[in-house]
Design a binder for this molecule. Structure first.
Ligand code: BGC
Length: 737
């Protein structure tokens, strides 16, 4: 398409119609999130957008057809980040791109890269980390994967949508330094490294203005300073003034409707909207359309390679599990008979709720995964779980809804359209409300019997989270219920009496309270909400077929209220709005814990392995605008394993306060056999050492400590490098200091 010529031929109404989404749900691909408007006379097709990040969210069923349109459910982003493996995340992105392509989706509305400011963030599961470097790199890998097959990716939600409470009106008050060093930084890295086709604004306000109506953010920072050339869209229905949105820098108002379009045409006629701005915005939409597969004439096959992608979902899941504790309990023997407790063992939560759902054909539960590997499960305990009324309600509910669907499908009634999402959402909600939070009562005598007859106890604790709500600091959500605690204590008591081990599996979207009960158990494995293959991955890690290599992408607090941001969460009322001051400023996550010597339950970057790694031969050199950190990692344990090498930098004292240390690089090794070693080189761009002083970026001169380790508090090698003071302007041009 010759974009300029097409633009010249378009009327002002046509140009505005490009800027306003088609409204409602896409007709071409049921269950997608939205579409742009076509202009037939100019040969401009409408293109379709669908959610992620866990997979392509479309309806699995369609009116008048018995065909299915399932998508692979990949691990949620918190689990992907826990892999610290950019290659795997890129593969996941590519698989998602392929499914999007095969289902006729032009642009994925993912990845999400808001920051885990609080453990309770309702959408933390669909964001990567508390750290901007890890988040930005992960997002870049995801985007590269999606876009490698000709489908666009969207970074969302720009910016500071770090909680769900009051998301449509909350005003986030945050210093420019914290914004630039933490919240914007993740986006900046992802944009620089992966050139995403689109960016989605957020629902919240930022320092007094809706982000989607904030010219400083969308035009000055994003376009002028960062040179971003893709398209910027609103979140669905974000903000309160579409004219302001277009002026501020929004190119595409989503999902859009005819009323908004009419309003904008009026605004143009009344001189409230400039033709020049309309041209600029419409041009971005045309550029996006011209890159799309739809424009290029691609016809969806509707036959994605779900089998190949299931394998990728498994690979990503199995590398993202984090082993928090292991007192000789894991791996278990393949001959072990397992007493498997907890509803989540039998209905394992695969992902979060809301727009981030992927409608997969199945989810392999932990019990199913273990059985596939030939592991014997205590049948009596299984029966107690499966006979539990909540399990029954859940199962019957799905059967009933499926039946309704099938019946209505035969008669081809319009109701179908709404049923598939209802099935998925209600089933998951039924689980959330009736299942996960409701412990199963198990007779003491049965636990005693199991402790005598079985070899090991595994208890799964599950939680679910979703868009629109933050998690709650109550029993049954952040805290364990009395019943869950009681179960852990009883099982622990009986099994330990018999000299047997107790393992807890955490099937959760973000942290829960852990300190009060961790001493009762011998191993704790965090499996997050890791997609449809979760049970298979769990079985392989429990059996030692795969050695766990995930590391925490967040700090796990001892006490929820030690998280500094909990002091201000969820904000306070202000006139007819709500505002929230990010008082902790740049001290988010480990930046706070390390600087103010607060001990977490498990630190950022933490995760155990079944083997051990030795670090040696650290060398640090300056090469141009980079610092090169090289070292050797050797597997000195008994089994194969991968290690995540993390490089933290401690800056010298300067004018600005700095965190004790910050992550500046990381690398996941290949699978190392016992005695095998790998030479690792990690490069740190000089500009990543800069702090924002209010108007420009400053790398203080002096001696920097390069801290290389296996976690943020397990530093194995320390070196020093002297750096001269350097300053940059906001476009990263060097300036004199
Ligand atoms: C969510 C976005 C999503 C959009 C479209 C919004 O409510 O915040 O993340 O992409 O809906 O479904």
């Amino acid at each position: 398409m010759n974009v300029d010529e097409t633009l010249n031929n378009a009327s002002i109404e046509e140009k505005l119609s490009l800027i306003v989404g088609g409204g409602g749900l896409p007709k071409k691909v049921p269950g997608g999130a939205g579409e742009t408007r076509a202009i037939d006379l100019l040969n401009i097709p409408s293109i379709v957008l669908a959610d992620g990040p866990a997979g392509v969210r479309i309806s699995p069923f369609r009116i008048g057809s018995l065909d299915t349109y399932y998508a692979t459910a990949f691990p949620n982003e918190i689990a992907l980040a826990s892999t610290w493996n950019l290659n795997i995340v890129e593969e996941v992105g590519k698989a998602i791109g392929e499914e999007a392509r095969d289902y006729g989706i032009d642009v994925m509305l993912s990845p999400g890269l808001n920051i885990h400011r609080i453990p309770l963030g309702g959408r933390n599961f669909e964001y990567f980390s508390e750290d901007p470097l890890l988040s930005g790199k992960m997002a870049a890998a995801y985007v590269k994967g999606v876009q490698s097959v000709g489908v666009g990716a969207t970074l969302k939600h720009f910016v500071a949508n770090d909680q769900e409470t009051n998301r449509l009106m909350i005003d986030i008050v945050v210093s420019e330094r914290a914004l630039r060093e933490i919240y914007l930084r993740a986006f900046e890295i992802a944009i620089e490294e992966s050139k995403p086709w689109a960016i989605m604004g957020s629902y919240n306000k930022l320092n007094g203005k809706y982000t989607v109506q904030n010219e400083w953010l969308l035009t000055k920072v994003l376009r002028e300073e960062w040179g971003y050339e893709g398209l910027v869209m609103t979140d669905w229905g974000a903000g309160d003034n579409q004219i302001e949105q277009i002026k501020a820098g929004i190119d595409l108002i989503m999902p859009g409707n005819d009323e908004i379009l009419k309003k904008l045409i009026e605004a143009y006629k009344n001189g409230l909207l400039d033709e020049k701005i309309i041209n600029e915005r419409a041009k971005k939409v045309l550029e996006l359309v011209s890159k799309s597969l739809t424009y290029k004439g691609h016809k969806p096959s509707n036959k994605p390679d779900l089998e190949a992608h299931a394998k990728i979902a498994y690979d990503a899941a199995v590398e993202g599990f984090v082993l928090l504790k292991n007192d000789n309990a894991l791996p278990i023997s393949k001959d072990a008979k397992v007493a498997l407790f907890g509803l989540g063992s039998y209905i394992t939560v695969k992902g979060g709720l809301g727009s981030g759902i992927a409608h997969s054909k199945y989810t392999i539960s932990i019990a199913e995964g273990l059985k596939e590997k030939g592991i014997k499960i205590d049948e009596e305990i299984e029966r107690v779980h499966k006979n539990h009324p909540y399990f029954e309600i859940f199962r019957n509910y799905i059967i009933l809804l499926k039946r309704i669907y099938e019946e209505s499908n035969k008669s081809n009634i319009e109701a179908h359209r709404f049923l598939p999402p209802i099935i998925e959402r209600s089933a998951t909600l039924a689980y959330a409300y009736f299942g996960v939070n409701t412990e199963i009562k198990i007779e003491d005598s049965l636990i005693e019997k199991a402790a005598k007859e079985d070899d090991i106890a595994i208890i799964t604790i599950s939680r679910i989270s979703g868009e629109g709500l933050d998690r709650m600091p109550i029993k049954g959500d952040y805290y364990l219920t009395d019943g869950e605690i009681e179960l852990i204590k009883k099982v622990s008591n009986e099994f330990r009496k018999q000299g047997k081990k107790v393992v807890v599996i955490l099937n959760i979207p973000s942290p829960i309270e852990i300190v009060s009960w961790r001493d009762y158990v011998d191993a704790i494995l965090v499996i997050w909400t890791s997609g449809q293959e979760v049970g298979r991955a769990v079985a392989d890690v429990l059996l030692g077929i795969v050695n766990p290599s995930g590391k925490l992408p967040i700090t796990w607090p001892k006490e929820l209220y030690e998280t500094p941001a909990m002091r201000t969460f969820p904000g306070v009322p202000k006139e007819n709005s709500q505002y929230l001051v990010y008082e902790e400023d740049i001290y988010v996550g480990y930046r706070y814990y390390d600087t103010f010597s607060v001990e977490p339950a498990y630190e950022f970057g933490y995760g155990l392995s079944y083997t051990k790694f030795d670090y040696s031969n650290l060398s640090i050199t300056k090469e141009g605008d980079k610092i090169k950190v090289s070292l050797k990692v050797k597997n000195v344990g008994q089994c194969d394993g991968k290690e995540v090498v993390q490089v933290y930098v401690r800056a010298p004292r300067g004018k600005l306060n700095k965190p004790f240390q910050e992550l500046k690089g990381f690398y996941k090794t290949k699978l190392l056999k016992p005695n095998e070693e790998e030479n690792v080189t990690i490069e740190i761009p000089m500009k990543h050492l800069a702090s924002f002083n209010g108007s420009s970026w400053v790398v203080e001169g002096g001696e920097y400590e390069i801290r290389v380790g296996s976690s943020s508090r397990d530093i194995r090698l320390i070196g020093k490098v002297t750096i001269e003071k350097v300053c940059f302007d906001v476009k990263w041009n060097k300036i004199s200091c």
